[in-house]
Design a protein around this ligand. Sequence first.
Ligand SMILES: Nc1nc2c(ncn2[C@@H]2O[C@H](COP(=O)(O)OP(=O)(O)O)[C@@H](O)[C@H]2O)c(=O)[nH]1
Ligand SMILES: [Mg+2]
Length: 358
Amino acid sequence: MLKELFSKLPRRADDARFEIKVCMLGARGVGKTSVITSMYNSQKEAVLGTGLFLKADDDTSAMLNDKRQQLEKLFHGVHMEDERLISSGISGDSQETKFCFSYGMNSEKINIDMIIRDYPGEYLKSDPDMVSDFVREASAVLIAIDTPFLMEEDGKYHLAKNRLDLVADFLMNHLSSDEEKLILFVPLKCEKYYKENRIDEVLEKIKKEYGGLISYLRDKENLHGFKNKICCAVTPIQTLGDVVFDSFETDQNGNIVEISTPEGMRVPAHVFYRYARTNAAYRPENCVQPLYYLLSFISKQYEKAKQEQRQSGLLGRFMAALRLVPNVDKFIMEIDHLGRRRLDGTKGYKILFGRGRI
Ligand SMILES: Nc1nc2c(ncn2[C@@H]2O[C@H](COP(=O)(O)OP(=O)(O)O)[C@@H](O)[C@H]2O)c(=O)[nH]1
Ligand SMILES: [Mg+2]
């Protein structure tokens, strides 16, 4: 109660901080919260040895700890290679969630805040204005994709699960030219395709399935007003590591057992995954890559804004906000170092357009 009261008090002016906003779009149950959990866990390790720290606020910590325990539970006990585990075709929640993090340098106080909001696909239809307000202010939009639904059965269930129609419609109607934007396609649960050396197929399939949206963004990027405002990349992730997609549940005739989503679309009732090895463990891989992309994007934006300021003598919006950050040049340098760890042109990672600005 007291905490609630305090959080409503306006921050003092000298408390004002630079905020990076990130919007995560994706249908219910694709694994948005799980991936943010794995991202945070890996990021904590990733900043070791650098001058930076990342911390989550109390509510975010509690949420992520909960989720982490849930994910680790999948690996409790003794599991044999190829043993199967099952998950519902439409698990997950349909709540929007807000995660608050802060970045800082060890020697300084906190420098910037990072707010990640995840919005289930349904919100794009029921409350587009709310999402749109946040997207307008966001530096990055992450489009979370359940990869087995994209890849298996010739992509038969992709539309029903990933609702690319809603995501594409929304972005086509709500992108404003006010802010520069990093748009990342983030295929999740890619373990199977890495292990089978098929990650490039995933990349090709994304380019094909999201081709309409990608060319719309690319065209827009070339339009007056938008010029050099949008960059776009594909950053695949393995949320769990030692668990791979196995199959969709079938009946005794070998037909996939389907159920209806609340929107009346047919999806598999259950999905089987299996452990990739005996003594499988929670070993997320590359989850922190989208963050590296974001940091690299921010540091490039900073360099550009600085140059513009030098040329015009005017303080742009970006620089005005960053002015609040103590020791900003050193901080950006640290961020840039981390950003350089991003993968590019390998393991299914690909900048689709905007190279040089990410
Ligand atoms: N097998 C497997 N299950 C996952 C993975 N990521 C998430 N899940 C499970 O999928 C369910 C929904 O995940 P959640 O992160 O809550 O989805 P959200 O609704 O998009 O936030 C949870 O039960 C997770 O345990 C993954 O990479 N592999
Ligand atoms: Mg969630």
